[in-house]
Design a protein around this ligand. Structure first.
Ligand code: AGP
Length: 605
């Protein structure tokens, strides 16, 4: 889940590469590098540990070129170091390679073909560039043929490769398997990028690439070959997004901007997916496919999996269709016994998560129909599913997902309403989704407008704690899991989301004097039970914080949420937990948007 950029045919190559890498930094940010060539014998390789800002400091005013490649890294093989940063270089300084993915058989390749080659890094990527060089020299192959031959020797690997040959400096060679990579079409120049966001200042027209394809790019030509070497013609797709949408404006961090954008995201979803009269506008083909299903299987990872847990309640309540939710990395290799007519829903903000894609490959191979709910147009999980519903949430840059979570739940609610109604389910007919989305939008607005109170809670109770517990029952438990993930991933506080009734069966042993225990209470049926579970922890010294729906609130409750239908409460109750995580990270002086060890889009299994 590294970020790759490339350009050929522009005297502005260094700036285009660095701006592109800046936009892709959410994909990995432990080290970076560029290689540029000016077509007249001058070329420059610059690599540095840390952020793109650190790399920029290493790039002198003399560094220039019209063709180049760049990379920002999320380490998989080899420690974070300048030697392990990309581009990786062949021993004779002829070939330069950047890579996103994992080469499974790199050790074998190294011992079988490269035992006499001195290595300067610990990376799997260097094995590939040394192999290309070896094949070119020993079998007298040109760069293209050496590249293609080397690819045939890679086993079970995921890769996005971008290669340059010093002896053919205006050409970029691209290959892709499982990892996302696009070609951007310019006027007299062309670019390559892991995500269109990186090149929106240069072009809005992109070519998607299929697994196994090899692309040869020059300033004025793009040649796509399929895995058998046949030429492929393909139309570009237009990315209708303004480059400024990816800027954080006056916000200190993208995460706070994205939390604040949630009310408008709810309104946008109502605009896109509801008719004038408030009825869902979902394709008949999708609804009829789902109606034939005897069971819905929701699949996702991390926050998307958590959004699926809420979706289960929405589908079962509004459609009476049995619904299961699965973690994609488990489902990919430990598939349960499926029902006769399953329908699969993939939740993925990025649309590129390798674990989820592995399940979709199996689902397609079995001939089942599927829907991907994603924030990225033309992403792999969107392209390969039968149907797609877009989140219309705008780019989500912060690693900690926020607006994508609420948008996924809102779309699940709209879809469940549509499916339930198309099946004459009374509950669905009575469920006024437009009214609810309106209440949710104003409700979230009220919460973010009062964010300073939540900031104070974070300062008082979370800065000096090593652990914390979110507890709740049914939907509140689902939100507790998401709340704990947010706190863990950006503030490094060991947190757990817990079914509150389960605490007394063991985990309550972890409660000490001052341990924050946050109770989420939005479900009338179980509100009293969660409150007594909170009391049990308070009796053992816990510091209690409550997030409660207005209709269930009592004196002393910390955060009171505006009232909405119980099925929609996760869209409100999660927001204070997003802000608690944000302010805890902020006041611990951490990089809220780029937490250690993480990346936004996880494209390796
Ligand atoms: C959430 O904040 C994390 N970034 C992570 O758990 C994420 O939800 C997970 O990697 C799934 O990503 P996706 O939605 O893009 O598939």
């Amino acid at each position: 889940m590294c970020g790759i950029v490339g350009v050929t045919g522009s005297d502005n190559a260094v700036k285009i590469l660095l701006d592109g890498l800046q936009k892709l930094e959410y994909r990995g940010y432990d080290s970076a590098g560029i290689y540029v060539n000016d077509q007249s014998g001058e070329d420059y390789l610059v690599k540095e540990k840390g952020r793109i800002a650190d790399l920029k400091r290493e790039i002198g005013p003399d560094v220039h070129g019209s063709t180049g490649i760049g990379h920002t890294r999320w380490a998989t093989h080899g420690v974070v170091s300048v030697d392990n940063a990309h581009p990786q270089v062949s021993k004779d300084n002829r070939f330069y390679l950047v890579h996103n993915g994992v080469i499974d058989n790199f050790q074998e390749l190294k011992s079988d073909y490269l035992s006499d080659v001195p290595f300067t890094s610990q990376t799997d990527t260097e094995v590939v560039v040394q192999l290309i060089d070896k094949l070119a020299v020993e079998e007298n192959l040109n760069a293209h043929d050496a590249f293609v031959k080397a690819l045939t020797l890679l086993k079970g690997s995921s890769y996005g490769f971008l290669l340059m040959d010093r002896e053919d400096p205006d050409t970029l060679y691209v290959a892709k398997n499982k990892s996302p990579l696009l070609v951007g079409v310019g006027d007299g120049f062309n670019v390559v990028c892991s995500d269109a966001l990186a090149m929106l200042r240069e072009t809005h027209d992109f070519l998607e690439l299929m697994d196994g394809e090899v692309v040869t790019i020059k300033p004025d030509s793009i040649k796509i070959e399929d895995k058998d070497g046949n030429l492929v013609e393909r139309d570009t797709f237009h990315v209708d997004m303004n480059a400024d949408e990816t800027d954080k404006g006056t916000y200190p961090f993208y995460m706070l901007k994205e939390i604040d954008e949630q009310p408008n995201v709810m309104r946008k979803l109502a605009q896109v997916y509801l008719s004038e009269t408030g009825e869902p506008v979902i394709s008949d083909k999708l609804l009829s496919s789902m109606k034939q299903a005897d069971r819905i299987y929701i699949v996702g990872a991390g926050t998307s999996y958590h959004a699926g847990l809420v979706g289960k309640r929405l589908f079962e309540n509004l459609t009476q269709t049995p619904t299961e939710v699965h973690i994609s990395s488990e489902f990919a290799y430990e598939q349960p016994i499926l029902s006769k007519k399953p329908f699969f829903i993939f939740l993925s903000q990025s649309g590129e998560t390798a674990d989820s894609r592995e399940v979709l490959v199996n689902v397609n191979a079995a001939g089942y129909e599927s829907l991907t709910i994603t924030n990225v147009q033309n992403s792999t999980l969107s392209r390969e599913a039968t149907y797609t519903l877009l989140l219309h949430a705008g780019p989500e840059i912060a690693v900690a997902s926020t607006k994508a979570y609420t948008a996924q739940i809102a779309i699940e609610a709209i879809l469940a309403k549509a499916l339930g109604e198309s099946d004459n389910q009374i509950v669905a007919q009575r469920f006024d989704i437009r009214q609810q989305l309106g209440l949710v939008a104003t409700g979230i607005q009220a919460i973010v407008d009062a964010k300073s109170e939540i900031e104070q809670l974070a300062k008082d109770d979370f800065l000096n704690t090593s652990n914390a517990f979110y507890i709740g029952r049914s939907l509140d438990w689902s939100v507790s899991l998401e709340a704990a993930l947010k706190l863990k991933e950006i503030s490094y506080v060991q947190a757990e989301g817990f079914a509150s009734g389960e605490l007394k069966h063991g985990t309550i042993a972890l409660i000490e004097e001052g341990t924050p225990v946050i109770g989420i209470i939005t479900q009338a049926k179980t509100a009293g039970l969660t409150r007594s579970n909170l009391q049990e922890t308070m009796a053992r010294g816990a510091k209690i914080i409550t997030i409660v729906s207005e209709n269930l609130a009592k004196n002393g409750d910390n955060i009171v949420l505006p009232e909405v239908d119980e099925l929609m409460t996760p869209l409100l109750s999660v927001v204070p937990t997003q802000l608690l995580a944000y302010y805890t990270s902020l006041h611990k002086g951490l990089d809220v948007d780029k937490p250690r060890n993480l990346a936004k889009s996880v494209t390796v299994e």
